[in-house]
Design a protein around this ligand. Structure first.
Ligand code: HMG
Ligand code: MG
Length: 299
């Protein structure tokens, strides 16, 4: 059975724009987020409070967040890696944060300059403080299926770190296929193993990148397992500057097209969303990689 409704966690403004070669002007970012909200998205990841030298594309977080935080009816999660990041986010009034762990040592080192367990130790006070302030915490887990340095990632290794993130007190877990190598059977095996380890499907979201064109199939496999939170990025923007071979996320338009066809409610206006991605593509100077955007805009 498929769910009646899916909550889309839109990551284009963060996962998408963090990977652009050039820094997108803050006014364009703010307009992008406003347009995403007008298209009906209700969870829009806005930016990251990471070290500005590590991700210069999002170094304008302090300017951007106040430009979007009053949008009605929209949750605006932000990434924070450590207490410094949390303090920056809380100072601006952020009410939802995300920490981001790795299932592999190679990516923990590349992305956070820490071992897996050192990164978890870095997150512990962040999650505790956020929860004490009633701030919602998402725990991302990257490299859940494969890793560019280590190859296939054993399910047990992913389950261990996922459990550790939930034990810290995360409200929700997002399973990242950072480099887009997952396939549907692997997705269902991982979800079943997480359930066996005591992580309920209701607290799990999926985060697919589309490198091998499997993101939609993987999403369908997750929906069949009962998942109702799906990450996607408008126009299929995205990647990760610290993971070679990471390409764009599942495009939100491709996801909405499939869900509409299945009769699953998302609240998103596909026409307005496509127009937004076409507009952003013109700002970025290259066409959207989303097949649905191209089909609907006759590009
Ligand atoms: P580090 O170099 O080990 O930092 O980086 P440190 O803890 O040693 O601190 C060094 C200096 O940085 C200190 O300043 C800190 O105050 C400052 P000093 O005392 O020397 O003057 N500093 C900060 N400044 C501003 N904001 C901060 C901050 N933290 C420290 N938050 C660190 C460690 C975690 C900071 C760094 O590795 C980092 O920022 N990494 C972020 C990388 C990132 O954003 N990657 C992309 C997001 S993850 C992703 O895309 C995957 C996902 O989409 C899911 C998927 O697809 O799998 C989520
Ligand atoms: Mg990602």
């Amino acid at each position: 059975d498929l769910p009646a409704r899916v909550r889309i966690h839109e990551v284009g403004a963060r996962d998408g724009l963090q990977n652009e070669k050039t820094v997108v002007p803050v006014e364009v970012k703010a307009e992008f987020i406003h347009r995403l909200a007008e298209a009906g998205l209700t969870t829009i990841e806005a930016t990251s409070f990471v070290h500005p030298k590590w991700v210069p594309q999002l170094a304008d977080a302090e300017q951007l967040f106040p430009m979007v935080q009053d949008i009605k009816g929209v949750a605006l999660p932000v990434l924070v890696p450590n207490e410094r990041g949390l303090d920056r986010a809380l100072a601006l009034g952020a009410r939802r944060i995300a920490v981001f762990a790795s299932a592999t040592e190679s990516f923990a080192k590349a992305n956070l300059n820490r071992t897996v367990d050192e990164a978890l130790a870095m997150f512990a006070p962040v999650v505790a403080k956020a929860r004490a302030d009633k701030v919602h915490v998402r725990g991302y887990l990257s490299m859940c299926f494969g890793d560019p340095w280590e190859g296939a990632v054993p399910v047990a290794q992913v389950v261990r770190v996922a459990k550790a993130l939930m034990d810290l007190g995360c409200d929700e877990l997002s399973l990242g296929d950072t480099i887009g190598v997952a396939t549907p059977g692997h997705v269902q095996t991982l979800l079943a193993s997480l359930n066996e380890a005591g992580v309920p499907t209701s607290s799990i979201g999926v985060h697919f990148h589309d490198t091998y064109g499997q993101a939609l199939s993987n999403t369908l496999a997750a929906l069949q397992h009962g998942v109702t939170t799906v990450d996607a990025s408008a126009g299929g923007l995205g990647g990760c500057p610290y993971a070679k071979s990471a390409t764009g996320n599942l495009a939100t338009e491709d996801l909405v097209w499939m869900l509409e066809g299945l009769g699953i409610d998302t609240g998103v206006d596909l026409g307005r969303l496509t127009a937004t991605s076409v507009w952003l593509a013109s700002e970025l100077g290259r066409p959207s990689p989303s097949r649905t955007v191209r089909a609907l805009s006759h590009q």
